[in-house]
Design a protein around this ligand. Structure first.
Ligand code: ADP
Ligand code: ADP
Ligand code: ZN
Length: 215
């Protein structure tokens, strides 16, 4: 199964990608995670991406497309993959098509997480992530068992710098301007499946399983 998760920051894409990738044994490719790791390691990609990410702007297309093309070459993706947070522009979508065509494969479904701005803002401001294993928590909705400690690996939970209020607002504007057009792009191709991102985690997961059962 090859799936794209589309929707505004805070919609719950990363959370569902974690659950789905385990359930269906799919590779989870999150461009945000790969970029954050690159910034941390100070690689060439990281140096190019850092200033954009801090402002909540999109990293240039050619940088992210290369990351994804590389990730899709790995062995683990042969069984299928979930693209989480990519593509985010029409240029990225078109280039992804080229990469997949060369590999002789296609996308099975694009899941659009329809989420209100109010919910997205509340989610992002409470988001906490594990500094070690990247597991996702929420201070109110999905708190860890022990305050600020990851249930899975005992790592320290942190707040992403770009989850601070002023950057959050900009990221939502950037989504509306540069990414939301992909909803129609994939609808036209007959690939779009819409789910309400405002539902709770288990409810969304059940709906997604129903969608994939029909695929
Ligand atoms: P969220 O999960 O909140 O949507 P991500 O972790 O996906 O955030 O992305 C964090 C940041 O990484 C984005 O604000 C952007 O700067 C950069 N980024 C991630 N994916 C892409 C992409 N496909 N194109 C451009 N920039 C990206
Ligand atoms: P995205 O990858 O789309 O930016 P995340 O999966 O990182 O979104 O989720 C954003 C925040 O909302 C996290 O703190 C996460 O714990 C929380 N969250 C995710 N899905 C739900 C949900 N269905 N209900 C309530 N909170 C959620
Ligand atoms: Zn952890």
């Amino acid at each position: 199964m090859r799936i794209i998760l589309l929707g505004p920051p805070g919609a719950g894409k990363g959370t569902q990608a974690e659950v789905l990738s385990k359930h269906y044994s799919l590779a989870h490719i999150s461009t945000g995670d790969i970029l954050r790791e690159s910034v941390k390691l100070g690689t060439v990609v990281g140096l190019k991406a850092k200033s954009y990410m801090e402002k909540g702007e999109l990293v240039p297309d050619e940088v992210v497309v290369e990351i994804v093309a590389d990730a899709l070459k790995g062995d683990s993706v042969k069984e299928g993959f979930i693209l989480d947070g990519f593509p985010r522009t029409e240029v990225q979508a078109a280039q992804l098509e080229g990469v997949l065509q060369e590999a002789g494969i296609g996308i099975d479904a694009v899941i659009y997480f329809k989420t209100s701005e109010e919910v997205a803002v509340a989610r992002l401001s409470g988001r906490r992530v594990c500094s070690k294993c990247r597991a996702i928590y929420h201070a109110k909705n999905m708190p860890p068992k022990i305050d600020r400690i990851c249930d899975k690996c005992n790592g320290k939970l942190i707040q992403r710098k770009d989850d601070e209020e002023k950057t959050v607002r900009n990221r939502l504007r950037v989504y509306d301007k540069q990414t939301a057009g992909l909803i129609d792009y994939y609808r036209t191709k007959g690939l779009l499946k819409e789910v309400s991102g405002d539902l709770d985690v288990q409810e969304v997961f059940e709906i997604l399983k129903d969608i994939f059962a029909k695929k």
